[in-house]
Write a protein of this length. Structure first.
Lengths: 343, 717
């Protein structure tokens, strides 16, 4: 695999006056309680991970878990107290102001929970804003922004002011603005949390459609576990600044690392999350019926078909090679089986 | 005991009042005490005591310290004055190159700096003035008097009024559309036809220099304070005092520093107009949501872009209120600075008031107000202007305003040229309508005033006498009857009950300063007038505000009325009251009441509006009547905001009381006015100004502390 796009090595963010000296004294063993007694608040505690090109990492955690702080460290909206962050191999914390601005102008885009649109600019002006900041002339930037308006489906509303739009529409503008400079890295900070459920679902689908097309490297922050499962390639679950588990959705559901993570996974409908691949036997038997299912299929979509079979069903990959098999009882177990004692 | 436990605050207040009245009754009025009128302090009286401090002799009438504190700060004005003179005339003499005489000259540093500053201001004002009216000064500034003598053609001719009027209409159209354009055109035509063109343009040129400069300074200082805590801390006390400092009082020291004339007026205007601009800029920038700032940063803004493309436009609402304030103050100062020789409408207004020519005063006042409203609306429209990117316009459409203006220029000049043949008697009405040749309604108004006087004289006089004898005199006597110690106990006690030790110490310091100055009696008179004005204003304002709030249209209407009234320069309020009540305390008080009712009404409406609609619905659903809702829900919640209105009402009332000295009152304002014509008045004027500012600050501190506590208690922001 090539160089990861985002790479964090034991990143710390500690708020408070003498945070740095305390971090040094703690010697890599940061305890939130002792820090708090000394007037410091631990935002991010020893976060290490990598995000590779085109991957979507969803950081999930409840409020106060440090997920937004982590994102702000990586976008360097705040400076991390300790650790190293690399963006495409560049050491982020050692960039000077000009290099940082260059990086943001060309490589990064960010979407905010409360949309953060400029109230005095129209839709198209808001979207053109990062381009104009870059120094692109008015006509070109407006043209480019109009493309973005079409991309997010707001044509006809380009001359509206943010206050004249609904929440979902405003966030579309936010998304378009963050994409206007065609960044490689896309940060989304709880982009759909302020929207009502129906709109949220619509926006999530829209977002998946866009990502299919654009293939950005994404860090997506959310407090909604279902949203994380739906969107993520990998999920990082945070609590009190610590990443409790970082894994694919299936592994998190199947093998929660801590009690805290398990609580989230308890109520998750497995058939909606797990793929055939996750539950199949990699051994193949002779007695397989005619039905073949793709290994990337979500269980829910093929469960009915499999359950009508009496024999074991063959699992194939995209090239039609048989890679494993699955027994209908396995499906029944996964869907209805005792969640508590599974595995 | 039960009640005492239930309402501890109430009993603390009762106790404070009992102590206050006990002190009042316990301390008798000394037999020798009398209120010192007008000129008495210049008479050397053997009964006076003296003390010497820092080489300054202070004379005063000594009383029991419980009754009146000795004026231990009496040396302060003299000392300020001497220091100022020393700074101006003796400190740091340096050699400076003199352009006129072509030689080096020794001059004190401060004098040189202030003279250069004033020369620069004069140049700016003259430049605009001569574009509008014509003249020599600007050309001379670049060349010399000799050159202009040999080249008389180079004199700026000035623009004919037709061009200025049409030009402002076009500008208004470009900024705000048809309605504003019609208003601009009509206002300018009115000014011209009624023969107020020259003074109006003089005032306008003054404003066009003062307002942008104040705006720029205020904005930059506001930004500096936003960026650095240290700057903010350094500025804050100055801002606080300047907010409550009467504009009159600033005139006097500025007179010493910058001399007499328009340039000095511009500098003073800036001193007065910049503080509110700073405060509002700071307020606006603080309120920008952090995510918007982050969005700007992530778009790759550098610091400069972040400030001017993200922060300031997002904070636009508050900054615009600041601009509005700047314009308001500029017009107010345009009148007041006529005292130190600024030309224009203000001068005419003062002159007319002095001659009791109400008609003329009214005309000048109307012109000032018209220009004020016009500039206010235009600046608003400018800030809200939008760009259309998609209109596919041809050359003519894109440049129609400039083309039209070019056309107007040609037509205007042609008209003026033909006018010079048509009007043989020396006045070219198509160029400029001279001051005494316009249509004048002065006679009509004067006759009206006379008629009112003839018809209603008996009633007005009866009302006047009743008010003075039955209400004002007793009230004033009561205020003067308060022993100094009792007053201080009352104020400090109130401070302690409202805001704890800190508040108590602050108000104690402020009160002591006034008590130890030589003008305690005067300060009491000022307070009595302000109190009377504030009480009546609040009653009117709260009632009108509450009534108007019952209906959406009347709410909007009332807020608009407040906007317009606020744009009038404060001096204008004196005209109609003098028309009705002549030169009496009643006139001043009615002006105070009218002026101070504006903030009282506005804040009442805004406070009621700020009550969340959810609560409104919740109350309705629990079946309250309209009155119950008003008294149980809306008033308690709106009360903190209404109290801020009270704060503003007090400041407005104090300002007007001080300005009322022009009509003739016996308070601090009278002394400030006197200091204006005194060679050694600078120190006195400044100290008096600080006294007035401190009266305002005592109330400001108490009210603000209370409001903050109350808001926290109610959980509002």
């Amino acid at each position: 695999m090539s160089e990861p796009v985002i790479k964090c090595e034991s990143v710390y963010k500690i708020f408070g006056e003498n945070a740095e000296t305390m971090l040094k004294e703690a010697n890599g063993n940061v305890d939130a309680k002792t820090f708090q007694e000394n007037g410091c608040i631990v935002g991010v505690n020893n976060a290490s991970f990598e995000v590779s090109k085109g991957e979507m990492l969803v950081v999930m955690g409840l409020s106060g878990s440090g997920k937004s702080t982590l994102l702000r460290c990586i976008s360097r909206l705040t400076d991390a107290t300790g650790g190293k962050i690399f963006i495409e191999g560049q050491d982020l914390l050692n960039l000077n102001n000009k290099e940082l601005i260059d990086l943001r102008r060309n490589k990064m885009g960010m979407v905010f929970q409360s949309f953060a649109l400029l109230p005095h600019k129209t839709v198209v002006e808001n979207i053109a804003f990062p381009l104009q900041i870059k120094g692109i002339n008015t006509e070109e930037s407006i043209n480019k922004a109009m493309d973005m308006v079409k991309l997010v489906g707001l044509d006809g509303r380009e001359n509206y002011f943010p206050r004249e739009l609904s929440g979902g529409q405003q966030q579309r503008v936010g998304i378009a603005r963050s994409l206007a400079v065609e960044p490689d890295i896309w940060f989304l900070d709880e982009p759909f949390s302020a929207l009502d459920p129906l709109i949220r679902k619509e926006m999530q689908d829209e977002f998946l459609r866009l990502q299919e097309k654009l293939q950005k490297t994404i860090m997506f922050i959310t407090h909604d576990f279902d949203e994380a499962l739906k969107l993520a390639d990998r999920i990082a679950i945070m609590k009190d600044g610590i990443i409790e588990q970082l894994d694919t959705p299936a592994n998190i559901v199947l093998n929660p690392a801590t009690e805290y993570v398990r609580k989230f996974t308890e109520e998750v409908p497995r058939e909606k999350v797990l793929l055939i691949e996750d539950v199949m036997d990699s051994s193949t038997t002779e007695h397989m019926g005619n039905l073949k299912v793709l290994k990337d299929e979500i269980i829910e979509n093929v469960a009915e078909k499999i359950l009508t079979q009496e024999k074991t069903v063959a699992v194939i990959d995209n090239n039609n090679n048989i890679v494993g098999s699955i027994n209908p009882t396995k499906i029944i177990n996964t869907v209805f089986g005792g969640r508590k004692n599974n595995n | 005991m039960e009640i005492l436990k239930k309402y501890p605050k109430l009993f603390q207040w009762l106790f404070l009042l009992i102590v206050f009245f006990a002190l009042c009754f316990a301390i008798d009025v000394p037999e020798t005490y009398k209120f010192i009128r007008g000129q008495a302090e210049f008479v050397k009286d053997p009964n006076q005591s003296t003390f010497v401090f820092l080489g300054k002799e202070v004379r005063y009438y000594a009383f029991d310290v419980f009754w009146r504190l000795p004026p231990l700060l009496g040396w302060l004005p003299i000392w300020i004055n001497d220091s100022l003179f020393f700074l101006m005339n003796d400190w740091m003499p340096m050699e400076f190159w003199n352009e006129d005489t072509q030689e080096f000259k020794t001059r004190p540093l401060v004098l040189q700096i202030t003279r250069n500053l004033t020369a620069f201001m004069t140049f700016l004002i003259e430049l605009i003035r001569e574009i509008l009216l014509g003249g020599l000064e600007t050309i001379v500034a670049f060349t010399s008097w000799d050159w202009i003598d040999t080249n008389p053609w180079a004199e700026l001719p000035g623009l004919p009024w037709t061009i200025v009027a049409a030009g402002s209409a076009i500008l208004a159209y470009k900024l705000g559309g048809r309605g504003l354009a019609i208003f601009a055109g009509l206002a300018m035509t009115y000014i011209s036809i009624f023969g107020q063109w020259k003074p109006s343009m003089q005032t306008l040129s003054f404003i066009l220099v003062a307002a942008p400069l104040s705006f720029i300074f205020g904005l930059s200082l506001g930004i500096a304070a936003f960026k650095s805590k240290r700057v903010e801390k350094a500025l804050y006390p100055i801002l606080l005092v300047m907010q409550t400092m009467p504009q009159y009082a600033v005139l006097v020291p500025a007179l010493v520093l910058f001399g007499v004339g328009d340039h000095a007026a511009v500098i003073i205007t800036m001193i007065v107009a910049v503080p509110p601009m700073i405060l509002l800029t700071l307020l606006g920038l603080r309120a920008v949501p952090p995510e918007v700032i982050e969005a700007g940063r992530m778009s790759g803004c550098n610091n400069w872009q972040l400030m001017f493309k993200v922060l300031i436009p997002t904070a636009r609402r508050d900054i615009l209120i600041g601009v509005n304030q700047v314009i308001m103050v500029c017009f107010s100062m345009a009148v007041i600075s006529a005292f130190i020789g600024a030309k224009g409408l203000g001068f005419n207004l003062l002159l007319a008031l002095n001659q009791l020519n109400i008609g003329l005063a009214l005309e000048a006042g109307l012109c000032i107000s018209l220009i004020a409203i016009l500039l206010d609306k235009m600046s608003l429209a400018w800030a809200n202007k939008q760009v259309d990117y998609f209109g596919n316009l041809n050359f003519f459409q894109r440049n129609k305003n400039s083309l039209f203006f070019g056309l107007i220029m040609i037509i205007g000049i042609a008209l003026a040229y033909f006018g010079s043949f048509y009007f043989k008697d020396g006045y070219n009405y198509l160029f400029e309508v001279p001051h005494n040749k316009g249509i004048s309604t002065a006679n009509f108004w004067n006759k009206g005033v006379d008629w009112i006087f003839d018809t209603f004289f008996v009633y007005i006089k009866a009302f006047n006498t009743w008010l003075i004898v039955e209400v004002l005199q007793p009230m004033r006597a009561l205020y003067l009857r308060m022993p100094a110690i009792a007053t201080i106990v009352l104020v400090v006690g109130a401070g302690y009950l409202i805001g704890g030790t800190r508040s108590a110490l602050v108000v104690c310091g402020l009160t002591l300063f006034i008590a130890l100055s030589p003008w305690w009696d005067r300060a009491l008179v000022t307070t009595y007038m302000a109190t009377f004005g504030v009480i009546v204003s609040c009653i009117i304002g709260f009632t009108v505000g509450t009534l108007c709030f019952q209906n959406k249209h009347s709410t909007k209407f009332m807020l608009n009325v407040c906007d317009i009234f606020q744009t009038f320069p404060s001096f204008v309020y004196l005209i109609p009251v003098m028309m009705l009540f002549g030169i009496t305390d009643t006139s001043v008080l009615i002006a105070v009441i009218v002026y101070a009712t504006i903030p009282a009404t506005r804040y009442t409406i805004e406070g009621l509006r700020s009550v969340p609609s959810g609560l409104h619905d919740a109350a309705t659903m629990s079946g309250v009547t309209k009155f119950q809702r008003l008294f149980k829900i809306e008033f308690p919640l709106a009360f903190p905001h209404m109290m801020l209105g009270l704060n503003q009402t007090i400041v407005f009332a104090l300002f007007m009381v001080i300005i009322g000295a022009f009509i003739g009152t016996e308070d601090l304002g009278q002394y400030i006015l006197k200091a204006l014509s005194d060679k050694k008045g600078a120190g006195i004027g400044l100290t008096l100004g600080i006294c007035v500012a401190f009266i305002g600050l005592i109330f400001d501190n108490l009210i603000r502390t209370w409001v903050d506590k109350r808001k926290k208690h109610l959980g509002i922001d």
